[in-house]
Design a protein around this ligand. Structure first.
Ligand code: SF4
Length: 382
């Protein structure tokens, strides 16, 4: 398949692996964070960690939109369905994220909430058109990738004069989260890991371009290489990061030139800024309150803002005490450091959010990596 097969070629992977082993200097340690859940998934699924030199460590970052959704936000969506009688529409993965009181959206649906899985905000809009007598709320989550379609949905609702449609906006921003990981006060609580550079997001960068990372690379002296989601993309990006570290450079480089340019999609950016503005602060699961890291709906579209329409008040809710998602999302711990990994907490019964989506660090490790941690006993017949 064009643009897929050539980025999964085993012979080329071996060549990149050989270059990595030749260029990674044995006397130093390299730690790179892949911010994006898509990269975390690719690293686990294709066993990329096994191909890297032993002194090159990949740290899984908080770039899975489902994993960073805090309990309090899901509680708001459940409240809309169970207490306000609204039809709540959202993406499939969001349905299973654990919320307060042992609930999730899918469990609230079993209790009678009218909660529907949709593939896009446009699907939710269509439900609102079909059911004018009901309030329909689109529970919108995601990074810069899913934000333009939500903006388009809100603008369309306004143009059509829909009176029964609104959006519970939980869209978050990548660059602010990366900055927060490096300098937040919580670093004292969770400890910190040395990060030598970042594998930059793929789909997010198609929308925002590579330019927003330039200030970041300069300010924090950390290289960023934007990479696609195929295994060779990730390996090439790691090689480019190793080279930057060896040469003492901290620049933004673009491995994903087939889809990303410096400026991004200007049309999508204009649409987003027409409909949304910055929130002063937003809670991320595992990261806590992150300043200027999320979007809210502008006053010109206030009637489509579910928070204003229903007078919702946000209440933060602490994570399950056993859950180590906070430390995992910062790269301080690995999934297997959590005592309930693979026993109480599994993809079928996620306790923490990192186990919900296939892009979450715990789910990726559960699906593709957990057996390599188990010692295999070989008994030789006498
Ligand atoms: S195993 Fe479950 S509870 Fe533990 S850190 Fe991962 S998602 Fe959280």
């Amino acid at each position: 398949m064009k643009y897929i097969d050539e980025f999964r070629d085993g012979a080329i992977a071996k060549k990149i692996q050989a270059r990595l082993h030749a260029e990674a200097q044995p006397a130093r340690q390299y730690s790179f964070m892949e911010f994006c859940g898509g990269h975390t998934h690719a690293i686990s699924r294709y066993g990329i960690g096994e191909l890297l030199p032993h002194n090159v460590r990949m740290i899984h970052g908080p770039g899975c939109p489902v994993c960073v959704l805090p309990i309090g936000r899901i509680d708001l969506a459940i409240q809309l369905a169970l207490e306000r009688g609204a039809i709540v529409c959202t993406y499939g993965d969001t349905m299973r994220v654990p919320a307060s009181g042992g609930l999730s959206l899918v469990r609230a649906k079993a209790r009678g909430g009218d909660i529907r899985m949709v593939y896009s905000g446009a699907d939710a809009l269509e439900i609102a058109r079909r059911e004018p007598g009901r309030e329909v709320v689109f529970f919108a989550i995601g990074f810069e990738t899913t934000t333009p379609p939500t903006a388009l949905t809100i603008r369309t609702a306004q143009q059509e004069g829909l009176k029964n449609f609104s959006v519970l906006c939980c869209h978050v921003l990548t660059p602010s989260a990366i900055t927060h990981i490096l300098e937040s006060p919580e670093v004292r609580q969770f400890g910190t890991v040395p990060i030598d550079g970042f594998v930059g997001p793929a789909h997010v960068s198609i929308v925002i371009g590579s330019a927003p990372y330039e200030h970041f690379a300069e300010e924090y002296r950390k290289p960023v290489v934007i990479a696609g989601f195929e295994p060779l993309d990730v390996m090439q990006a790691v090689l480019m990061l190793v080279r930057q570290v060896n040469e003492g450079r901290a620049e933004v480089e673009n491995e994903f030139t087939r889809a990303v340019n410096r400026d991004g999609n200007l049309h999508a950016q204009a649409l987003v800024s027409q409909v949304f503005e910055l929130r002063n602060s937003f809670e991320w699961r595992g990261l806590g309150e992150v300043p200027y890291s999320a979007l809210k709906i502008r006053p010109a579209f206030a009637e489509f803002d579910a928070e204003r329409r229903f007078g919702l008040g946000y209440q933060p809710v602490p994570d399950n005490k056993a859950c180590e998602c906070g430390a995992i999302l910062r790269g301080v711990k690995k999934p297997t450091d959590c005592k309930i990994f693979g026993t109480v907490c599994t993809p079928e019964n996620p306790v923490g959010s990192c186990m919900v989506s296939s892009e979450g660090a715990c789910a990726a490790h559960y699906s593709y990596g957990r057996f390599k941690d188990i010692a295999v006993k070989v008994e030789v017949a006498a």
